[in-house]
Design a protein around this ligand. Structure first.
Ligand code: DQA
Length: 145
């Protein structure tokens, strides 16, 4: 199994960025945790972060035919990007949406998720563990259902 993990804008600033909301762990900690979980489960993984919507769309397009699943935290693009929604629909790769914070209990504008419309599952409010839960979801074959 091959998974692509995509992280959107400002997630590179984890640890520095509003730690009361996003936690004190850094982006490097996130990458380490996801890689370790995938290694443990014998899953190949590529992890990317970009502040650019275009780069994220291109990464999804390039995943076509190469990955069995996408785990994406689109960050602020969650709430704005029809382009990311369309890209996920276009490649039809099973996708799990992850948010570190509980977006449902924050500002009104964070309750809208375009990407979520194409996601098999949304995991929010569990910090970095949410990514590990997404890996487990794929490992259990839940994404095929
Ligand atoms: C986020 C939630 C988004 O609303 C926000 O714009 C982010 C991070 C999260 O992981 O909790 O950048 O996706």
């Amino acid at each position: 199994m091959k998974l692509l993990v995509l992280n959107g804008p400002n997630l590179n600033l984890l640890g520095v960025r509003e730690p009361d909301i996003y936690g004190k762990k850094t982006y490097a900690d996130l990458v380490r945790a996801v890689k370790a979980e995938c290694r443990r489960r014998g899953i190949a993984v590529k992890i990317l972060q970009s502040n650019s919507e275009a780069a994220l769309v291109t990464a999804i397009q390039k995943a076509y035919g190469k990955y069995d699943g996408i785990i994406i935290n689109p960050a602020a693009y969650t709430h704005t990007s029809i382009a990311l929604l369309d890209a996920i629909k276009a490649v039809a790769i099973p996708t799990v949406e992850v948010h570190l914070s509980d977006v449902s209990s924050r500002e009104e504008f964070r309750k809208i998720s375009y990407v979520g419309l194409a996601a098999k599952k949304t995991i929010a409010g569990k910090g970095i563990d949410g990514y590990l839960e997404a890996v487990a979801f794929f490992a259990a074959g839940e994404a095929e259902k």
